[in-house]
Design a protein around this ligand. Sequence first.
Ligand code: SAH
Length: 349
Amino acid sequence: MTEINEKTDIKSLLPTELAAYLKSLGEPSYRSRQIFSWLQKGCGSFDEMSNIPAALRAKLAESCHLYAPKVIRKQVSQIDGTIKYLWELHDGNAVETVVMRYHHGNTVCISTQVGCRQGCAFCASTIGGLVRNLKAGEILDEVLFSEKDSGLPISNIVLMGIGEPLDNFDEVMRFLELINCPEGRNIGMRHISLSTCGITERMDELAERDMQITLSVSLHAPDDETRSKIMPANRGRGVDELFKKCAAYYDKTGRRISFEYAMIDGVTDSVEQAELLSRRVKTLSAHVNLIPLNHVDERHFEPSTPANQKRFIEILEKNGINVTVRRRLGSDVDASCGQLRRKTMEGKK
Ligand code: SAH
């Protein structure tokens, strides 16, 4: 059973596991439904559970870990209302969550790890390496507490915050089950996107689960030379292998893959790269989401010039590729991955 500090990690338990746990304490099954419903509302203490007898609350407080993330910083964009949270976890670590307001509903971008070990050369999240994996319950709380604090009902989730979701596979899968529970928050898999830098060994396992989520692959370069330079995850795996796994994923799930592609000046935005990218994604009828690179102080890359961006898009369109350019939300609140945690936590040292 999942534990934190030798106590049962109650927020990470699925309804059947929670029922079994409560049964082992001699409790009837309706108690488990009541407690699950509290936990899925964003709950930080057993004392909040007003319909649970005091004696049981005391017993649970002794044997279970229950903690509510605390807001360290909250920034609200004056431009588009994007909200960026920096949460303090039970052990003093911090992660970021962003709430974005789109016409099709509010979307929350959540972190899956404290830090990241993948080392992408343009990304702020990975600068200090990986500190630890998040538990499923902690990932769940990012959604629940952002919703509670902001008062904005969340309809979509993207796993595109700090961390590599496939490096924390079991907890991320457990989180997906938890958020999808009909007894709880019940967010449909079709409203969830998972983004990976391409941990190919895990992609088959993900395909096997045959979920309706959208898989986003952070490609950023279509050739091995460039990709291995800016994304260490490509070394020893390679773009051919990545596309093989993407094809297998599409075959198995029938879900089209979305490729994320950051346009970096003089690195990923050449005519040859636009042509190669088109050839590679064409066979998968995939979608390409172009991201104008966000400036990160510690990194030396610059976004492509408007003229080069335009040229790149025109080549993809001429080749019949389904392409969009990501709208930049929250540019005034450090909303790109890892920047707020880094600035705030560095300042504390
Ligand atoms: N580890 C996962 C998910 C987290 S990153 C992954 O790699 O997909 C979410 C997205 O933001 C990824 O596509 C990542 O490559 C991109 N990203 C990171 N830093 C960026 C920056 N400075 N500018 C633009 N995109 C960036």
